[in-house]
Design a protein around this ligand. Structure first.
Ligand SMILES: CCCCCCCCCCCC(=O)SCCNC(=O)CCNC(=O)[C@H](O)C(C)(C)COP(=O)(O)OP(=O)(O)OC[C@H]1O[C@@H](n2cnc3c(N)ncnc32)[C@H](O)[C@@H]1OP(=O)(O)O
Length: 221
């Protein structure tokens, strides 16, 4: 697992997010524009050249592999490359889950980049979002990371592109397992339901073990 520790606090986290998030949003807009544009071939080729230049500039300094999940000194995770939520990831819709009294919710707009059947959301994207939401729901209850053991999605009817709402709730626990139910709604009701078994890996028995895993990974870097 790629953990590492950065000795920073909330103000520095906020600064870093505000520095990179506008770029992520612009790239997300770019992805949408490439799908929907009707400009001619010359304009497409010109856009490609300009984008290649920008990519080359960004790659002059880059880390190997993925972004990982660095932790602040307060043990706040920064999963900024996460495929569903990452503030550096233009592929992420992004999902912004909120958990209150054991219930996790999120609202997200799924545009052209998330299309599967014409005009509708790809089933894999719905599974991705539900997976993240049930993970955050299970993890926030104990403040310990829970990974997906089994995720069962029932696609009730096609989900139209546009705004959707997600909800998840822990329905039971057994040792390191949390059983989580959830659903996705569009403006006409439920479109997909999920049942998940989320498991806290045995190496994460408590906060001390998580700190030890982060310290060990940081020492290896
Ligand atoms: C605040 C922080 C925020 C952090 C917010 C974090 C949000 C994360 C959201 C993203 C979620 C993901 O996508 S996570 C990525 C996708 N998932 C993964 O990559 C997981 C890969 N699999 C694994 O790492 C492992 O197999 C685990 C951790 C799932 C289980 O390993 P383990 O811990 O060694 O489990 P083990 O001792 O064998 O079994 C423990 C119990 O669980 C059961 N069990 C084992 N595997 C499974 C399974 N796949 N499905 C169902 N049940 C299972 C066993 O029967 C046993 O039940 P009994 O005999 O005790 O009854």
């Amino acid at each position: 697992m790629d953990f590492r520790f950065e000795d920073i606090g909330p103000a520095e986290v906020k600064r870093r997010i505000s520095a990179v998030e506008p770029l992520t949003e612009s790239v997300r807009d770019l992805v949408d524009a490439v799908i929907r544009t009707e400009v001619d071939d010359t304009a497409l080729d010109d856009a490609r050249r300009q984008i290649d230049d920008i990519v080359a500039r960004l790659r002059t300094e880059e880390k190997p592999g993925g972004f990982g999940v660095p932790f602040t000194r307060d043990l706040v995770g920064m999963p900024w490359g996460n495929a569903a939520t990452g503030v550096r990831n233009a592929i992420a819709p992004p999902l912004r889950p909120v958990t209150h009294a054991g219930v996790s919710t999120a609202e997200v707009t799924l545009g052209a980049a998330y299309e599967g059947p014409g005009g509708h959301v790809h089933g894999g994207v719905l599974a991705l979002l539900l997976d993240q939401l049930v993970g955050e729901c299970a993890s926030s209850g104990t403040s310990m990371p829970h990974f997906t053991g089994t995720l069962t999605v029932r696609y009730v009817r096609p989900t139209k592109l546009g705004q959707v709402s997600l909800r998840a709730e822990v329905t039971g626990t057994q040792d390191r397992k949390a059983f989580v139910s959830g659903e996705i709604h569009d403006s006409e009701g439920v479109t997909a339901e999920v049942e998940a078994i989320m498991i806290r890996p045995k190496e994460f028995a408590g906060r001390d073990e998580v700190m030890a895993a982060i310290a060990e990974a940081t020492a290896r870097d």
